[in-house]
Design a protein around this ligand. Structure first.
Ligand code: G6P
Length: 612
């Protein structure tokens, strides 16, 4: 949520900030703003409601405002409607302090009351304005420097923040502070960059510092100095980002989503290969020896959104291949549910960004209870990756489109690897079966490639249903878990209402919503469940539904029931979710395109949800 950037160096700041913000728009896009200054001149603040391009036009691509130091923000509204007034940067009354913020200040009302009593007035409904004015208050009251003023404010503020501040009296510095919201600091020669996420600065530098929770930093051109809350300097290592800068560009595709759909064979292959040693899965690489794995009594998968859906698929696969009981929990529920956890269990937190607030809180909850935690994360150095006991990095590369595709596919691979290793080390899977299944996983990238070659038929089908108001997805077992993701993909980017149902459950209420022509999409990849689901689809057809089947090549009799059928290659049924999901992603994509919507930036959503 919300993208923040900063720059201090010898180039003009505004064009760089606008460029960096354009890479972070997936974090929020209801308004944008920048604050720019020169050493000698006062800060200039420019804001615009709506997408970043409106701000870019207003500032002539940044050329209209000069200065080599600046901060910027794209907003995903939490407190106060999207408006120019609520857009960041926010300022103290005479612009002594100017700041941008990502996160939520939970006690902002209390802070506002306190500050109002001391003569402050507020022009916006945001929590951020309270934070900036609190810093200003301490700065004046104690006549102290930025470091002490920020530290004092950090002690008072409850909630989460990545805060970037400029002080009028300190023209060569930017100050940052962090708790539970992502922020990285990049340096190169005599330039320093600040961003919520790597793609924003990848073009400029690969050398980054990860600021820790409850730390602050003083940034000057090319330098960063970190402090803890006591004001002591903390040591920080520079980390090199290995992501390729081009990976964060559209590369000729019309949308990031389609580009990322096409990157799935690579994401799947790379993630799998990273876990193989001499042809076998090797969790020892990430600190989980076979001995540890063998003794895991129970798996708790905790995640949000599509990552939770990847967990749902994994649940079926892990239980079937290893006999280990699995629970899949929504992180937002898990954290407040007082879960009873087996001490020999493993909590697996799945997250593309590694920053989702609820998933991070769930991870901490598990750690507090003394349960081993494994993070399945895509973004290196993210909060969840840093706090978990063990980390399985999915190698999907930067994912920009709000609707996840390649990260989800890579998360499935993590689930399969865990299932196979649990099964093998517990003796549930014999070596030949284990090796056969690894070969099945290795064959997935080519099969995904093959599905992508047949995408025009799905484009046609999407145009056929583009004016429908409801769509239902049905399936059983793994097919049901995949339906959940297919349905989410569709509704989040096409705004067509869709629901996924366990095929046998539809008749317990939801079937009353089926009308003449309502599309029902059945996922039919599990041999033992095929006929059952087809029967459920036929029940819908009898009530007027327009049926689509997603099944494997060879199941041509599906065409006798369904009005439209799309095929995926055959594969071991445990892993076929990785194939069945591809047509569903394409369907969501084409439906969004045919309805003329902004595929990569669906309304009301943000890619990385760093608030509760
Ligand atoms: C947001 C995104 C989803 C994502 C979910 C969890 O809602 O729009 O695509 O699945 O957050 O994000 P994470 O980064 O934890 O995987």
């Amino acid at each position: 949520m919300c993208g923040i950037v900063g720059y201090i160096g010898d180039r003009q700041a505004a064009p760089i900030l606008l460029d960096s913000l354009s890479k972070l728009e997936y974090r929020g896009y209801d308004s944008a703003g920048i604050a720019i200054r020169n050493a000698e001149e006062d800060v200039q603040v420019l804001k615009a409601k709506g997408r970043l391009n409106i701000l870019a036009e207003k500032t002539d691509g940044g050329k209209a405002v000069t200065g080599t130091i600046g901060i910027g923000h794209t907003r995903w509204a939490t407190h106060g409607e999207p408006s120019e007034n609520n857009a960041h940067p926010h300022t103290a009354d005479d612009r002594t302090v100017v700041g941008v913020h990502n996160g939520i200040i939970e006690n902002y009302q209390k802070l506002k009351e306190k500050l109002t009593k001391r003569g402050y007035s507020f022009y916006s409904q945001t929590d951020t304005e309270a934070a900036v004015k609190l810093v200003d208050y301490y700065y004046r009251k104690y006549n102290c420097g930025p470091k002490d003023a920020i530290s004092k404010a950090m002690v008072r503020i409850r909630g989460s923040y990545a805060l970037v501040l400029m002080f009028n009296d300190y023209p060569d510095e930017i100050w940052v502070a962090r708790k539970d919201s992502p922020m990285i600091i990049g340096t190169i020669k005599n330039e320093t960059f600040i961003a919520s996420d790597v793609p924003a600065i990848l073009k400029y530098t690969r050398n980054v510092y990860y600021i820790d929770n409850l730390e602050l930093a003083r940034l000057t051109a090319g330098k960063a100095e970190f402090y803890n809350l006591d004001g002591d300097i903390t040591d920080k290592e520079l980390t090199e980002i290995t992501w390729d800068a081009e990976a964060a560009e559209k590369g000729g595709f019309e949308h990031f989503m389609m580009k990322e759909i096409y990157e799935q064979p690579k994401a799947v292959g790379d993630t799998l290969n990273s876990m193989l040693t001499d042809g076998k899965i090797d969790f020892g690489k990430i600190g989980l020896s076979d001995d540890i794995i063998k003794n895991i009594s129970q798996i708790y998968i905790v995640a949000c959104g599509s990552a939770w859906h990847a967990g749902m698929v994994s649940q079926y696969v892990i239980e079937e291949l290893s006999g280990t009981p699995v629970r899949v929990e929504l992180a937002s529920e898990f954290r407040y549910r007082k879960p009873i956890l087996d001490r020999n269990g493993l909590v697996v937190v799945i997250s593309q960004s590694g920053e989702t607030a609820d998933s991070l809180a769930a991870l901490r909850e598990a750690k507090e209870k003394g349960i081993r935690t494994l993070a399945v994360v895509n973004v290196v150095g993210s909060s969840i990756a840093r706090e978990a006991d063990n980390v399985f990095y999915t190698l999907a590369g930067p994912e920009i489109s709000v609707a996840t595709t390649k990260a989800y596919s890579a998360q499935l691979i993590a689930g399969y690897c865990l299932a196979l290793q649990l099964g093998f080390s517990k003796g549930v899977l014999g070596e030949p079966e284990y090796m056969r299944m690894i070969a099945e996983l290795q064959a997935l990238p080519d099969k995904i490639e093959k599905i992508l070659q047949d995408k025009e038929r799905l484009q046609w089908f999407a145009s056929k249903i583009s004016n429908k108001k409801d769509v239902f997805f049905v399936g059983r077992g793994i097919d049901y878990a995949v339906s959940l993701e297919g349905s989410l993909k569709m509704k989040e980017i096409s705004y067509v209402h869709s629901e996924a149902y366990a095929a046998g459950e539809l008749k317990h209420g939801t079937i009353s919503l089926i009308e003449d022509g309502t599309p029902v999409i059945g996922i039919l990849t599990q041999g033992g469940l095929y006929e059952k689901t087809v029967s459920n689809m036929a029940e819908c057809k009898a009530r007027g539904a327009y049926l689509c089947g997603v099944t494997t090549y060879g199941n041509y009799e599906t065409e006798e029931t369904a009005d439209f059928v799309t095929y995926v290659p055959k594969a071991d049924e445990h892993f076929i979710g990785s194939l069945a999901v591809i047509p569903l992603q394409l369907l969501g994509y084409y439906l969004s395109v045919s309805r003329g919507l902004d595929v990569d930036k669906p309304r009301n959503l943000a890619k990385s949800v760093t608030v509760e």
